[in-house]
Design a protein around this ligand. Sequence first.
Ligand code: SAM
Length: 217
Amino acid sequence: MTDRETVTAAQLFDEIGAGYEAAFGRPPVVDAAVRELLAALPEHARVLDIGSGTGRPAAAGLTAAGHRVTGLDVSAEMVRIAREQVPGAQFHQVDVRSFTSPEASWDAVCAFFPFLQMPRRDTESVLAAIARWLVPGGRFSLITVPHDLEDALVEFLGRSLRLTSFAPDDLIARVRDAGFEVLATRSEVFAPDQPGAEPEEHLLISARKPVADLRRG
Ligand SMILES: C[S@@+](CC[C@H](N)C(=O)[O-])C[C@H]1O[C@@H](n2cnc3c(N)ncnc32)[C@H](O)[C@@H]1O
């Protein structure tokens, strides 16, 4: 195995395309996160979906409930599929690390699995940016595969890739360090229905930007 055999997130998800939804369409924690947001959000909320994938189920469910969803994804193919499947939302092909947004411009941000192929310091920078982009009291819903791994070679749907993540407590601490109040966490093992896909642990962190920023004293 050589580095040349590993792929970037854009290459990986351009190749997997609709196959991702076939294998990973409805993990229970994703459904739980969407339900939580639907219960918490005001009408017509502005929702940013980072790593929006095929647009299902997150962007689709939130758009169907009347929220104004913008999805970001680094994969052109995922953006193409999402635009087709969820015409009521907007999708942009962009790496979240290059995305900019005014302060306090979103009522909620979801990030379901976009942090697995970036260095830890980039995840920390994006967490800090999300805290700026949210309105006070805005919701942040993060799902990941929580492992203490850094640039580790793994197999995913028959492909080799370099994966970076965090142990659960470490990631929860970094979400708090970015300025969020953690409301709840939920962890579950999910077995994708696809050859070459191994069962994996999913961690949902449900958080909120405090109404008053206590760090400013
Ligand atoms: C595992 S998929 C999950 C898709 C969707 N959130 C879901 O839960 O079904 C991760 C998605 O994040 C996107 N992604 C990975 N790194 C990204 C980055 N740096 N910026 C934007 N999107 C990214 C991938 O292209 C992929 O579509």
